[in-house]
Write a protein that binds this ligand. Structure first.
Ligand SMILES: [Zn+2]
Length: 327
């Protein structure tokens, strides 16, 4: 495994309390150190502006730069920009491109443990149906996916952050070469990610949305993973996978009602262990970062998914049936 991390990620910082703050990185590092996983840590390269412009419009990128240069402000009620945001965001994007390159070179797990997060940022920034940018600046996972796509053709993105990756969906909506599988809590921010959102006309079927019922538990997630996610991977056999890894579906993480434990994240990591992974950090605000992330990595490194009896709820079985009827 290899970790790309930089202290500049802490320079994107709020004035006063905000859930998306530099302390998140400290929780994460503590959690990794507790399990001896804070190893092989390298400084990532900064992205060039031209790299960002392959994903975002010039207008949006210039707006972020301008806001950052002028000090601290909010671009919307959720999302702040500070003086250090510009450099942090370019480095987060650079780290994400770099893990994608590494993942193509040799099968392993490569982690871009970055801030600010990215999966709510669309081409022009805020995506129409969403009220805000949801703490995101540049879409790091999209940068990783494009890097993979340029080298490997078809790409798979798996996003298990508790919120729908609406920015990622917006960016690749008409690109059938990017398979985007998204598990998220139904009916919360940003409001998109319905089962019937399957891609633009030329890309139908390439976007797989799995809106999970409130209060979903490990068994619900494991069921959906086994029934939908793994068969798609089996079918495609991707050379590498981009994981938009948010840990805010962990029970008690703070922003959602989901009740996942270490068991799901361990299972998810283990089930992906035969693939090369470019893992990009998205959300996770407390216990999820401290326990979910190390469990995911341990699962990947151990490589044996637990196959016990699972009991998903009726609502979860219905999601699987509806998605199957579309695929
Ligand atoms: Zn989230």
């Amino acid at each position: 495994m290899k970790i790309l991390y930089s202290e500049v990620f802490k320079d994107h910082k709020p004035e006063g309390y905000h859930p998306e703050n530099p302390k998140r990185l400290e929780f994460m590092i503590e959690g990794l150190k507790e399990r001896d996983l804070w190893i092989n840590v390298e400084q990532p390269p900064m992205a060039e502006i031209n790299d960002i412009l392959k994903i975002h419009s010039n207008e949006y990128v210039e707006k972020i730069r301008r806001y950052s240069e002028s000090g601290f402000s909010f671009v919307d009620p959720d999302t702040y920009i500070s003086h250090g945001t510009w450099k942090a965001a370019l480095t987060a994007f650079g780290a994400s491109m770099q893990v994608a390159k590494l993942a193509l070179r040799k099968n392993d797990i490569y982690l871009a443990l970055v801030r600010p997060p990215g999966h709510h940022a669309g081409k022009e920034g805020r995506v129409l149906s969403a009220p805000t940018l949801g703490f995101c600046i540049f879409n790091n996972a999209a940068g990783a996916a494009l890097t993979l796509k340029e080298k490997a053709g078809r790409v798979v993105i798996i996003d298990f952050d508790v919120h729908h990756g609406n920015g990622t969906q917006d960016i690749f909506w008409n690109d059938g070469g990017v398979i985007h599988i998204d598990l998220h809590e139904s009916g919360i921010y940003p409001g998109s990610g319905d089962i019937y959102e399957i891609g633009g006309k030329s890309a139908e079927g390439s976007k797989i949305n799995l809106p999970m019922p409130h209060y979903s538990k490990d068994d619900d997630y494991i069921f959906v993973w086994q029934e939908i996610v793994l068969p798609i991977l089996e079918d495609i056999g991707p050379r590498a996978i981009v994981v938009s890894a948010g840990f805010d579906a962990f029970k008690g993480d703070g922003l959602a009602t989901m009740e996942l434990s270490e068991r799901f994240y361990h299972f998810a990591g283990a089930s992906l262990s035969r693939f090369s992974l470019a893992v990009i950090l998205e959300g996770g605000y407390g216990v999820g970062l401290r326990k979910g992330l190390p469990s995911f990595i341990e699962g990947y490194l151990e490589g044996k998914p637990e196959l016990g009896k699972i009991s998903p709820r009726y609502e979860t079985i219905k999601v699987v049936e509806e998605v199957r009827s579309l695929v």
